[in-house]
Design a protein around this ligand. Structure first.
Ligand code: ADP
Length: 259
């Protein structure tokens, strides 16, 4: 039940009258739940065939390469990279339902932070043709967190940095320690974000609108999921940006060292 209205109080602060409206929102909540369940099931069902197609594409690419059919193999590689995009979109849909249902699971371990960042950079660099991803990593050491999920955030910020800087060739990933937290920033020199949109980019389904934006595909989920992951790690995520010059997305997570 959702209520809105105004109460009147006597001089001792006791309520005398209340005028207002009450809405029964049980049905709305049920519909929301059904929608979340549906997106969860649909994306799970989509994931299985896409994973198989991806495996077939990779096998075919190898066969074509062996036969010396370079052009055909190149097409297979392109198919593989489009399938990566599809897998990421499906992954985001699955994650967002898990976040909304409070079912995003965490697996905390101690791990070498910069090693995880370097690995994420290497993975992305392999499929990135124009951009160079530079690493400016200070000694961070071990961090206790969910390695997979934090790596997902780093990859998401780098993917966005690449996507939203079509006319520049460089992005920079920084890591450092500040006030007992590890701080990671991903900097790009791309289209930037207007000041009045800065605080909205972490909202679910939010995409900056404008004629330029239509050329960039996406669902507006990546930053929302990233911010939920960082929140759950007890950290913070923020952005500074200048329209037309570039953006710097940063997050911090507290360090709990083993020794
Ligand atoms: P998506 O990229 O799928 O739209 P995100 O949640 O990752 O979703 O980002 C939300 C919005 O924030 C994007 O639509 C884009 O307008 C803006 N944005 C995110 N990263 C950047 C960036 N590095 N530079 C400029 N705009 C960005």
């Amino acid at each position: 039940i959702k209520e809105s209205g105004k109460a009147q109080y006597d001089e001792k602060g006791n309520p005398i009258t209340f005028i207002g409206v009450s809405f029964d929102i049980t049905e709305t909540k049920q519909l929301q739940q059904q929608k979340d369940d549906f997106i969860g099931i649909a994306s799970h069902e989509l994931k299985t065939p896409v994973t198989s197609i991806k495996a077939y594409a990779q096998v075919l690419e190898r066969i074509l390469l062996k036969k010396g059919d370079i052009k055909e193999a190149e097409l297979m590689k392109k198919m593989d990279s489009q399938l990566n995009r599809l897998t990421n979109l499906i992954g985001d849909l699955l994650d967002v339902t898990k976040v909304n249902l409070g079912k995003l699971q965490y697996n905390h371990t101690h791990f070498d932070f910069n090693e995880m960042v370097r690995f994420a950079i290497e993975e992305l660099q392999r499929t990135t043709e124009i951009h160079h991803i530079l690493a400016d990593l200070q000694e961070v050491g071990l961090v206790y967190a969910d390695k997979e999920r934090v790596s997902q955030v780093v990859t998401n910020l780098m993917t966005n940095a690449i996507k939203y800087s079509p006319d520049s060739e460089q992005i920079v990933v920084h890591s450092s320690i500040e006030n007992n937290s590890v701080v990671v920033c991903v900097e790009d020199f791309g289209i930037g974000i207007a000041e009045n949109n800065l605080n909205k980019v972490f909202e679910q389904f939010y995409r900056v609108s404008g004629s330029m934006q239509h050329t960039f595909p996406g669902l507006g989920l990546g930053l929302y999921i990233s911010s939920e992951i960082i929140k759950r790690e007890g950290g913070k995520i923020w952005v500074s940006s200048t329209e037309g010059k570039g953006s710097k997305f940063c997050f911090s997570i507290p360090i709990q060292r083993t020794n």
